[in-house]
Design a binder for this molecule. Structure first.
Ligand SMILES: Nc1ncnc2c1ncn2[C@@H]1O[C@H](COP(=O)(O)OP(=O)(O)OP(=O)(O)O)[C@@H](O)[C@H]1O
Length: 239
C-alpha cells in the first residue's frame, strides 16, 4: 500500500478529546508509543574534594553539609593525631596509632596519605568503593597537600573545591579563637596557609567561607554539587 493509499488518521483538537484519546492519537501518528524511561541516565556518583588551609572551616562546612545533604557519604579519614575535645572515633576520624597507620599504608589500603604537622592522615579506599557502588556521592576532606596528590591520582574525574577565608587576618583570627594549637604550631599553620593559597589555580572551584557566613559557603558548595550532577559530560571516578 502506497503512502497515499494509507487510511488518513486525524488528531482531534485538544479541546475535543480526553488526554488518553489525545495520547493514543499522537502515538498512532508518531508510529510508536511514548516511552516512560528517563530521557537521561542517572548521574554518575561524584567524588567531591573539599580542601583549604588549616582553620578555614573545612570541618565546619562539612558538618553543616552533612545536616542538609543526607545522601552524601563523608569519608572518615584515618589519622595518627590525638583526639581533640569533643571528637568521636569513627565519626570525626579513625584514630589509630602510628604503627597501625603505617601497616594500612603497607597493605595499600589508603587512596592518599600524608604526614602533616607531625601526624599521619589518610583516606581509606574501601569506604569510597562501598558507597560509590551504592550510588552515593563521596566527600573527601583533605589539606591542600592532600588535594594536590589526589589531583594527580584522580585527575578531572573528581571535583576539587578550595575553601578560603575572606582575608588572611580573618583566617589567623579563626585559628587563634579555636585555641587548639600551641604558638609554634600556629606559626607553622599560618606560614603554610600563605604558601597554599598559591595553589588555588589547581582547583575547579573556590568558595569563600566569610566570617559568620558559614551558611552561604555551604549553599555555594551545594550549588556546585547540583551543577556537577547536571553536567552533560559527567565525571567518572574509579577507585
Ligand atoms: N564562616 C565562619 N565564621 C566564623 N567562624 C568559623 C566559620 N567557619 C569556621 N569557623 C570556625 O573557625 C574555626 C576553624 O574551623 P575548622 O576547624 O572547621 O577548620 P578546618 O579547616 O577544618 O581546620 P584544620 O584543617 O586545622 O582541621 C572553628 O572554630 C570554626 O568553628
Amino acid at each position: 500500500m502506497s503512502d497515499s493509499q494509507k487510511p488518513k488518521f486525524t488528531i482531534p483538537p485538544p479541546d475535543k478529546a480526553s488526554k488518553p484519546e489525545m495520547l493514543r492519537a499522537l502515538e498512532f501518528s508518531m508510529g510508536s508509543s511514548f516511552s516512560t524511561s528517563p530521557i537521561c541516565p542517572p548521574p554518575n556518583p561524584l567524588i567531591i574534594v573539599i580542601s583549604g588551609p588549616s582553620g578555614v572551616g573545612k570541618d565546619a562546612v562539612i558538618k553543616k553539609l552533612r545536616q542538609v545533604r543526607e545522601s552524601l557519604h563523608f569519608v572518615v579519614t584515618a589519622t595518627s593525631r590525638p583526639t581533640r575535645e569533643g571528637e568521636v572515633d569513627g565519626k570525626d576520624y579513625y584514630f589509630v596509632s602510628e604503627e597501625e597507620f603505617l601497616s594500612m599504608v603497607e597493605r595499600n589500603e589508603l587512596l592518599e596519605y600524608a604526614l602533616l604537622y607531625g601526624d599521619y592522615k589518610g583516606i581509606p579506599k574501601r569506604q569510597i568503593r562501598e558507597f560509590m557502588a551504592k550510588g552515593h556521592d563521596i566527600v573527601l576532606r583533605v589539606d591542600v597537600q592532600g588535594a594536590e596528590t589526589l589531583r594527580k591520582i584522580l585527575g578531572t574525574s573528581a571535583v576539587f573545591i578550595y575553601l578560603v577565608a575572606e582575608s588572611e587576618l580573618e583566617l589567623v583570627e579563626r585559628l587563634i579563637d579555636r585555641k587548639t594549637e600551641t604558638s609554634e604550631a600556629l606559626l607553622v599553620r599560618i606560614a603554610t596557609a600563605r604558601e597554599e593559597v598559591k595553589h588555588v589555580r589547581d582547583f575547579d572551584y573556590v568558595v569563600v567561607n566569610g566570617e559568620g557566613k558559614l551558611d552561604n559557603a555551604v549553599k555555594l558548595v551545594e550549588s556546585i554539587i547540583d551543577a556537577e550532577k547536571a553536567k552533560v559530560q559527567q565525571r567518572r571516578a574509579v577507585i
